[in-house]
Write a protein that binds this ligand. Structure first.
Ligand code: G4P
Length: 528
């Protein structure tokens, strides 16, 4: 029998990640979501002028750089909804953590800079969302600057990402003349007033029916006529928002606005909570070898998607972040630990907002909870009340940089090995073992910052200084099947990953494309 409270709690949850290229406005948008939800009274606290800290920055190195390296989640309420925002690092040198975080999301907001359109990092993150088939809403930001034509931008989204864009609102003017948006669903003109510098306070919003004379009065007859023409054109030539196709990740509802000046934000946030899905069933592998769908209201289950050691220096502890997929957590619950095959007690679950920790009394499907304790969890572990199944293993993402790493001082070897073992279990970097040449493990990462972070943590947490020797490979791919018949380019290196799968390391993208061309019967996988 279903529990009405559980049903209600799950239905009001929205767990999502914001994906964007650095500088598109992700931090600003997140901050404004906090402003509009009432968590912040004034914006400008999360990220201040030039390089000040985000509240989610806590690692020493992050503080030194003023960027987020590892991802964490924030939970707060927006209207009647419980929002779980998964923080995806915004620096160019992003890491696998960023990708893995997306496995914990039920939807994503893609932020584009109206002046730049679809950029490299957005593309990569989008790929992962598409692989999971999660719905994506698009927010085209910085309309207060002279940007590109909105129709052009939508075409670019469609061509570059292969997803249809459906405009939910339409901008009125741009740059200095950006006045607001028209909500196409209600044909309502939403005009905004500039507020304090940097939009630190909520903007006044005036709502007028687009077909009323007041719209002409506010916009001027000429602009009003232009807008009506554009809207008519969209009605004829634009994409409809089909909810099923949106939920399947085939069409992206698209919004225009300015996170900095708050124009278009409130209607966007309202539409987001309305459109984005609440946690729903996930496919799991049951112990008898079949794949079954586990509903969100089934008894408690969760998987670990991120592990972070040393979050609190005073305790030198380790926090494993779990995404609850079904049911609810209650204090001191005894659960099955799938990999270890034993029962564990979820003694001290914590909700973590930056450095602030709160021990929590309850949590529901969709929530992200930090479990404190050492050596109990690995990335991808399933914990569940009843056992009998495992959540899908987390994917690995194609490393694009490789190196060998060794302690500078030979006598540090033992501590080095221990540190590496722990950090690999956390998923800090990947390891691959070459099939030819020296057999020592090589390390691989999707961004250089992962190596820097690894070295920093080995020194900081394990007292080992290390030497890193970069290797000349720029990309890699897994081969799905028929390993024996794969013809690898001369320059490439064949290796095995931690799960024993064949992975090919290429010296350049060109080599990789060539290999794909020469092996038409093989699939070269970027995510495995
Ligand atoms: P990110 O997290 O995606 O990297 O982007 P972030 O929000 O930090 O924004 C990057 C820069 O773009 C910031 O300027 C921010 O103020 C600006 N920005 C964000 N949204 C808008 C917008 O709607 N309009 C305009 N005009 N600018 C916007 P900055 O000078 O690099 O940093 P700061 O000194 O303002 O913090």
């Amino acid at each position: 029998m279903s529990d009405p409270r559980l049903t209600r709690e799950i239905a009001r949850r929205r767990t999502f990640a914001i994906i964007s290229h650095p500088d598109a406005g992700k931090t600003t948008l997140t901050e404004k979501l906090l402003l509009y939800s009432g968590v912040l009274q004034t914006a400008g606290l999360v990220k201040n002028r030039k390089g000040k800290l985000a509240t989610s920055d806590w690692m020493g190195m992050e503080q030194a750089r003023g960027i987020s390296i590892t991802s964490s989640a924030m939970q707060f309420q927006y209207r009647d909804h419980v929002i779980n925002v998964l923080d995806t690092p915004g620096h160019e040198d992003f890491s696998e953590d960023t990708f893995r975080t997306l496995t914990a999301a039920d939807s994503a907001i893609m932020v584009l800079d109206a002046g730049k359109g679809v950029e490299a990092q957005t593309r990569k993150l989008f790929e992962v969302c598409r692989l999971r088939g999660i719905p994506i809403l698009t927010f085209v930001n910085k309309l207060d600057l002279n940007g590109r034509d909105p129709l052009d931008l939508m075409t670019e989204v469609e061509e570059a990402l292969g997803i249809q864009a459906s405009a939910i609102n339409w901008p009125i003017g741009s740059g200095r003349d950006f006045r607001g948006v028209v909500d196409r669903r209600t044909n309502e003109l939403q005009l905004f007033e500039k507020t304090a510098a940097g939009g630190s306070r909520r903007s006044e919003l005036e709502r007028i029916p687009m077909d009323s004379p007041l719209a002409d009065e506010r916009l001027g007859a000429e602009l009003a006529a232009n807008v009506r023409d554009e809207l008519e054109l969209l009605d004829v030539a634009g994409n409809e928002l089909d909810m099923d196709r949106f939920l399947a990740g085939e069409v992206t509802p698209t919004f225009f606005g300015s996170a900095l000046t708050n124009f278009g934000l409130e209607p966007f946030f309202d539409a987001f909570v309305e459109l984005a899905p609440s946690p729903s069933g996930r496919l799991v592998d049951s112990d008898d070898g079949t794949e079954v769908e586990l509903g969100a209201e089934e008894p408690f289950s969760a998987f670990i998607f991120k592990i972070q050691a040393n979050m609190d220096r005073r305790h030198r502890d380790c926090v494993s972040f779990m995404r609850i997929c079904s049911g609810s957590y209650t204090p001191d619950m005894q659960v099955n630990h799938g990999r270890l095959g034993k029962k564990v007690r979820l003694a001290r679950p914590q909700s973590i907002v930056a450095k602030e920790r709160h021990t929590i009394d309850e949590a529901f499907a969709g929530d992200i909870v930090g479990l404190v304790g050492k050596d109990l969890y690995q990335i991808g572990d399933t914990i569940s009340l009843n056992g009998g199944f495992k959540h899908k293993p987390l994917p690995l993402f194609q490393p694009e940089i490789f190196a060998r790493i060794a302690p500078k001082v030979i006598s540090d070897r033992k501590r080095f090995d221990k540190g590496m073992k722990n950090l690999i279990a956390e998923g800090a970097v990947q390891q691959v073992w070459p099939e030819t040449g020296p057999k020592d493990a090589m390390i691989g990462a999707v961004g250089a910052l992962q190596f820097e972070s690894l070295q920093y943590r080995l020194e900081d947490e394990y007292g080992v200084e290390t030497r890193l020797t970069p290797l000349p490979y720029e990309c890699s791919a897994w081969i799905n099947a028929n390993e024996d018949t794969f013809k690898a380019p001369i320059n490439s290196l064949q290796a095995r990953d931690s799960r024993g799968r064949l992975v090919i390391l290429f010296k350049s993208e060109l080599d990789k494309r060539l290999a794909a061309h020469q092996n038409p019967n093989h699939q070269l996988l970027n995510i495995a």
